[in-house]
Design a protein around this ligand. Structure first.
Ligand code: C2E
Ligand code: MG
Ligand code: MG
Ligand code: MG
Length: 292
């Protein structure tokens, strides 16, 4: 009887497992169709220098405009495709869309760089640099330095020699790297020294709560201290209020990104935001209030 029962349990388990696999496959096919049917969008979140209020760049953040479910954030679909071939396909779509946007903005006289998030498997894929070079060559009017790449610490961690080689070759093309979500991985100290990155982005979770949580504040302070020691520029994510901004400036971090400055927006909303921003004197005059 026990044996019989055991077999049944396996049976139930097997078919549930099958169903889950099938559902996943179906979802992936649906996402693949989202790419070909042009349902993906890029939203852009400004990055500013708090010393003078200058806008220094924009981070491209992908969204899925789903016909039934509405606008989906990356958290709703990235886990589904992580590690599959769709991951590279999404990455290529995002790079191409960012280059097209840079081209369009160039014609309108908006000359801000775009930061694109690159997934670990995409960066470490065999022909990443070749394909990127090809894409860049299709947009000769876009200065290469206007494209910047954001990678996670864990990306480099999974295959350091390969990551370093790819980064070196991209930098030869003129492309800067930012290390994203800094502080959430481990052995951050070593990476700060080893990785040829041009910007360190302090993870939003620490910044967001730093005004109330002494532990988070300690991490933010330590990252700022280390980045200054290693002479690396840094940017704080998750700057939700002007109080965050004041505190960060006092600690020695001048670049910021967060809801307090702007939420990610469609490219069409950018011109209006840019002119609004230049009128926000509370933010643009921050440095004079904080610095002696
Ligand atoms: P990330 O690269 O660290 O991007 C910052 C995330 O923080 C964005 O979430 C942004 O909307 C959110 N954020 C910005 N400021 C604030 C703030 O002040 N408060 C709070 N609470 N949140 C803030 P989003 O757009 O949902 O993206 C989540 C993550 O998905 C990104 O984190 C990035 O790792 C990934 N992602 C987004 N777009 C792409 C993409 O095109 N390719 C890849 N591979 N990953 C992407
Ligand atoms: Mg990012
Ligand atoms: Mg981040
Ligand atoms: Mg993140």
């Amino acid at each position: 009887r026990a044996k019989q029962q055991g077999r049944n349990i396996f049976h139930v388990f097997d078919s549930r497992f099958d169903r889950e696999l099938q559902a996943r496959e179906e979802q992936r096919r649906r996402f693949q169709r989202a790419i070909t049917d042009n349902e993906l969008r890029l939203h852009y979140q400004p990055q500013v220098d708090m010393l003078d209020g200058r806008v220094i760049g924009l981070e491209a953040l992908v969204r899925w405009q789903h016909p039934e479910r509405g606008l989906l954030p990356p958290g709703a679909f990235l886990p589904l495709i992580e590690g599959s071939s769709l991951d590279d396909r999404l990455g290529e779509w995002v790079l191409e869309a960012a280059l097209q946007q840079l081209e369009a903005w160039g014609q309108e006289g908006v000359n801000l760089p775009i930061n694109v998030n690159i997934s670990p498997s995409h960066l470490l894929s065999e022909d990443f640099v070749e394909r990127l070079t090809l894409m860049l060559s299709r947009h000769p009017e876009v200065p290469v330095t206007r494209l910047k790449l954001e990678i996670l610490e864990s990306t480099a961690l999974s295959d350091l020699p390969a990551a370093l080689e790819t980064m070196r070759r991209c930098q030869e093309l003129g492309i800067d790297f930012a290390i994203d979500d800094f502080g959430t991985g481990y052995s951050s100290l070593t990476h700060m020294r080893q990785l040829p990155v041009d910007l360190i982005k302090i993870d939003q979770s620490f910044v967001r709560d730093m005004l109330d949580d002494p532990g988070d504040l300690a991490i933010v302070e330590s990252v700022i201290f280390m980045a200054n020691r290693f002479k690396r520029p840094m940017l704080a994510e998750g700057v939700e209020t002007i109080e965050h901004a004041r505190r960060l400036l006092a600690l020695g971090c001048t670049q910021a990104q967060g809801y307090g400055i702007a939420k990610p927006m469609p490219s069409n909303d950018l011109p209006a935001w840019l002119s609004e921003w230049s009128e926000r004197h509370d933010w643009t005059a921050l440095a004079m209030q904080v610095m002696p």
